[in-house]
Design a protein around this ligand. Structure first.
Ligand code: NDP
Length: 449
């Protein structure tokens, strides 16, 4: 039997890699994990976590405006201090980074602060030239922002840099119309920045239910976000005053202080040495894996965004857990990708699970759709003319709820609980048998017409 330095060597300490390392070690494996940046990965360091904290910070803009209607004396001009919020958020990221490192250490996982590349089916090379061997290698290197190639693209930033801005931009142009674009459009709009969002098509949040994303578009436009569709970058140039002028096809040029690229993410496989072990990648650069997360090399596995299956943290965590249980826990496990709930932390937020109305019509033919279009009680008193929309999509043949989609205050919180019922295959009748919890927004789920 050949002997190796480690049972498992994980490349990348993000959500998937950390879970896989920790659980494999708990199953008795000798584990090392290499990370070239900071332990925690995109979600913790430069993604979901700091973004959600900015969303909370941004929401105070509305709460402060609404407070007067609820009897509070609030000065007409409330000042917002970007640097204070930024530093507090980065402080929380530091705390989580340390907590992640502590968890790994507590489980006996060796953390190697270095870039690591695959050198062979059982060997890895570190940045200092050292070579280490492992019975199994796990690729969990995640993904990075895609930057469109246009002259002057180097003047733009991505979600990696946005959390570190020195000052709050007065004008921002956001390229893309997906998750990151709509989330940051809402955040900066609430902070008082003039936001322009441009996209190559006229579809925002492709994949979400049409009615829900139309509602977000309408509310965002009412709030003052400027959308420019069918726009493609031609050039970005920096003026003497530091401003950026963006030329695009089909639209007039625009001058801003910051350009944010939010045009998708690409798997981090470049320069990883995968060819040294016969690990195949697909046309998008993602590691090809089977249901057990095994690549085309028997001793190398991959989980998370680098496999470009579903680019969501909880999915990467499940894949990391399934890998560890299968390979080191003697408990073969595969991830169930059906009915994964997701949310966009826009202003207001939206969330969905299961099939959209058009998907259901295409797949099932006969479909019944129930909606509730309402103004949250709080918005009524606040004189905030912003309507929520809930939509339930049911299989026409048996009433089974196959999709649930919503936009409105706390939609992600409400949807997570409702997703349990959708995943369990409940019918519209079974939803209706539950007595409404009044007064709440969630009660609409059992009162849908
Ligand atoms: P998305 O895939 O959500 O959206 C990408 C946007 O960029 C789309 O509007 C797309 O246009 C446009 N686009 C894609 N490629 C190009 C290109 N080559 N040139 C110009 N425009 C382009 O990507 P994001 O970057 O917003 O987010 C990446 C992933 O991260 C998401 O898919 C999601 O899985 C995850 N994420 C999840 C969050 C959450 O759960 N709340 C939050 C943030 C990120 P079109 O659709 O018209 O083709």
């Amino acid at each position: 039997m050949p002997s190796y330095d480690y049972d498992l060597f994980v490349i990348g300490a993000g959500s998937g890699g950390v879970r896989a390392a920790r659980i494999s070690a708990a199953h008795g494996a000798k584990v090392a994990i290499a990370e070239e940046h900071r332990v925690g990965g995109t979600c913790v360091i430069r993604g979901c976590v700091p973004k959600k904290l900015l969303v909370y910070g941004a929401h105070f803009a509305e709460d402060l405006r609404d407070a007067a209607r609820f009897g509070w004396e609030v000065p007409d001009q409330c000042a917002f201090d970007w640097q204070r919020l930024r530093d507090n958020v980065l402080g929380e990221v530091d705390r989580l980074n340390n907590a992640y490192k502590q968890t790994l250490t507590n489980h006996g996982v060796e953390i190697i602060h270095s870039r690591a590349t695959v050198f062979g089916p059982h060997s890895v090379k570190l940045a200092d030239g050292r070579e280490v061997s492992a019975k199994t290698i796990l690729i969990a290197t995640g993904a990075r922002p895609h930057i469109p190639s246009c002259p002057g693209h180097e003047h733009g930033i991505t979600s990696n840099e946005i959390f570190h801005l020195d000052t709050l931009p007065k004008r921002i142009l956001i390229a893309g119309a997906g998750y990151i674009a709509n989330e940051f459009a809402g955040i900066f709009q609430e902070f008082g920045t003039k936001v322009t969002l441009i996209n190559r098509t006229d579809v925002i949040l492709r994949g979400y239910d049409e009615s829900i994303r139309d509602r977000l578009l309408q509310i965002s436009m009412t709030k003052g976000i400027d959308f420019r569709f069918h726009a493609e970058f031609r050039d970005i140039s920096r003026g003497d005053d530091g401003s950026l002028t963006v030329e695009m096809m089909g639209h007039d040029p625009i001058t801003v202080d910051c350009v944010l690229f939010a045009t998708g993410r690409v798997p981090n496989t470049e320069g990883l040495g995968l060819e040294n072990a016969g690990v195949e990648i697909d046309e998008k650069g993602a590691v090809k894996v089977d249901a057990q997360n095994r690549s085309t090399c028997d001793s190398i596995y991959a989980v998370g965004d680098v496999t470009n299956r579903v680019q969501l943290t909880p999915v990467a965590i499940r894949e990391g857990q399934a890998f560890a249980d299968t390979v080191f826990g003697d408990k073969p496990t595969t991830v169930d990708y059906d009915c994964i709930p997701s949310a966009v932390f826009s202003h207001p937020p939206m969330a969905g699970v299961g099939m959209t109305e058009s998907e259901a019509k295409e797949k099932l033919g006969s479909v019944k759709v129930y909606t509730s279009d309402f103004r949250a009680m709080k918005n009524v008193l606040a004189e905030r003319n912003e309507r929520a929309l809930y939509k339930m999509v049911c299989d026409g043949a048996n009433g089974k709820v196959v999709g649930l989609h919503m936009i409105g205050p706390d939609a992600p919180e409400i949807l997570q609980a409702a997703a349990v019922a959708v995943k369990a295959g409940l019918t519209k009748d079974q939803f209706d048998q539950t007595v409404a919890l009044h007064p709440s927004m969630a009660e609409e789920l059992v009162l849908l017409k």
